[in-house]
Design a protein around this ligand. Structure first.
Ligand SMILES: Nc1ncnc2c1ncn2[C@@H]1O[C@H](COP(=O)(O)OP(=O)(O)OP(=O)(O)O)[C@@H](O)[C@H]1O
Ligand SMILES: [Mg+2]
Length: 248
């Protein structure tokens, strides 16, 4: 379904061909229904990789293909209808919560699926929210969940989830994990998600991409990765305990 072929991105610092690489040598194939956790220290380029996969940044080298077709053929607008990035910092557009939920359908000229929106609001424990409220008055955790639902309403083939539960408490985190698991089972959506919570990665994913040295240093099934990672960097990363990992 998704093929990443030798993708590289040069540093943002200088816009020239000699700028150092931020990411390089990224290659992987992802099949329908896979759930991948993207792990690695802060600043390793996890968000940048997800933004490349949704063509919010253009790769400087290499290619990304969906069902055998390059993003260059598909075009960024149509690509982003099928490959949705849910940002680390949720952005609400001016208007009400309802306006924000409807905006993706409007953008892509699709009908708004109100029944599905209601079902997802319930699964995300957001039924208490007045949909006529100004979206920018929501709490951070509420905005995160609205942004996620806004993307799900597009029914994309691939969801790129950038720390989507980072502003949530325990019960809400579990509710979102369950909502995403059910969605993955029923829709077969590929999910690639960044998390700093190793237990969450173990709980929710079948495959791990561990980023180090500007590339995917390990690409492994989740269980073997956590039992016995093959690089020393990954061993240190998972053995150092969560608090220190988050401070890295
Ligand atoms: N738009 C941008 N302009 C300039 N530099 C950027 C931009 N986006 C990312 N960077 C830089 O690229 C590097 C990787 O950033 P990125 O946000 O991808 O890291 P990350 O692995 O997601 O980190 P974290 O776990 O803290 O979210 C960082 O050094 C960051 O400063
Ligand atoms: Mg990030």
């Amino acid at each position: 379904m998704l093929e990443i072929k030798q993708v590289a991105k040069r540093s943002f610092l200088r816009n020239n061909n000699n700028a150092p690489y931020l990411l390089s040598n990224i290659s992987a194939t992802v099949d329908q229904g896979e759930r991948i956790s993207l792990l690695g220290a802060s600043g390793q380029g996890k968000s940048t990789l997800l933004r490349l996969l949704s063509i919010l940044h253009t790769p400087d080298e290499g290619d990304i293909c969906l069902r055998g077709m390059s993003f260059r053929q598909i075009g960024s607008r149509l690509w982003r209808k099928q490959v949705c990035y849910v940002a680390q910092q949720a952005v609400m557009l001016p208007g009400t919560v309802e306006d924000n939920l409807k905006v993706t359908a409007q953008l892509h000229q699709l009908p708004y699926d109100q029944k599905l929106a209601e079902r997802l609001l319930e699964a995300a424990r957001l039924t208490h929210i007045d949909l006529k409220k100004d979206a920018r008055e929501l709490s951070g955790g509420e905005m995160q969940r609205i942004a996620l639902i806004r993307s799900l309403l597009l029914r994309p083939d691939i969801l790129l989830l950038d720390e989507v539960t980072s502003s949530l408490d325990g019960p809400n985190t579990l509710a979102i994990e369950q909502m995403l698991s059910e969605w993955n089972r029923s829709e077969g959506t590929i999910m690639i998600g960044v998390t700093h919570e190793l237990v969450q990665a173990e709980r929710t994913s079948t495959r791990i991409w561990f980023m180090a040295g500007g590339t995917i240093a390990e690409d492994a099934s989740a269980r073997p990765f956590f039992e016995n990672p093959s690089t020393e960097t990954a061993r240190q990363f998972i053995g150092r305990g969560q608090t220190e990992v988050e401070l890295t």
